[in-house]
Design a protein around this ligand. Structure first.
Ligand code: CA
Length: 238
């Protein structure tokens, strides 16, 4: 039986795109465009995952998340329009499992959806095997000398100190970390991380790299971790 995904998004074109792409992957998708309807829909058929926009008519995504969290343990992936740390923090506080900042690419969304569903699957299997098992997933942590990226908690530490990275900075760092030692062109980074909305403006990448360097380099003017490849792009040295 295919997994049921509830899409809560009031912008018609985005809702349509989400439904189209998720159905194409074989998921059963139910879509609503306001907060109250989202709660009704989730209660009627408990979904396997909810994709939840924050700015919604009647009840916003935070409220929906808070209410549903008390009733069911379905993973919730929040969509935020603002590049705002507050949204992320509030989202995680009300019980969202993950979030994506608009605009995002479908590839990115699909990756997050699959990751959440896979996690639920693993938890279910473990629960089936040993009822008393701790369902907490072991943390996936990538370490590069004094820099640690905790993929489970989306937390970055430098010399043991937590860094408050913006979502885009975090995503960029993870992307680099996953492609350590490879030359990544600006276009490739742009397309894979931020999707079609930014295509053509590769300066976006330079701006984010500059910000990220200020966070993780000893000397941002002479970067050792994220090096510039002349005429090409960037390479993460670890
Ligand atoms: Ca909205």
């Amino acid at each position: 039986m295919s997994e049921l995904i509830l899409v809560v998004e009031d912008e018609p074109s985005l809702q349509e795109t989400l439904v189209y792409n998720l159905e194409k992957l074989g998921y059963t998708v139910e879509a609503v465009s306001d907060g109250r309807l989202a709660i009704e829909a989730a209660r009627a058929h408990i979904p396997d995952l909810i994709v939840l926009d924050i700015m919604l008519p009647s009840l916003d995504g935070f409220e929906v998340c808070k209410i549903l969290r008390k009733e069911m343990s379905v993973p919730i992936l929040m969509l935020t329009a603002r590049d705002d740390e507050i949204d992320r923090v509030v989202g995680l506080e009300v019980g969202a499992d993950d979030y994506l900042t608009k605009p995002f690419s479908m590839r990115e969304l699909i990756a997050r959806v699959k990751a959440q569903l896979r996690r639920t699957q693993i938890i279910r299997e473990e629960l089936g095997k040993i009822k008393t098992a701790d369902t907490e997933e072991p943390h996936k942590i990538l370490t590069f000398k004094n820099l640690a990226v905790d993929l489970t908690r989306r937390e970055v530490r430098l010399d043991g100190q937590a860094l408050a990275l913006k979502p885009q900075e975090y995503d960029l760092l993870v992307f680099f970390a996953e492609h350590k030692g490879q030359m990544l062109s600006r276009e490739f980074i742009l397309e894979r991380l931020w999707g079609w909305e930014y295509v053509g403006d590769s300066r976006t990448v330079d701006v984010h790299v500059r910000w990220l360097r200020q966070r993780i380099e000893k000397d941002a003017a002479n970067p050792e971790r994220i090096v510039t490849v002349r005429g090409g792009g960037y390479r993460f040295e670890g």
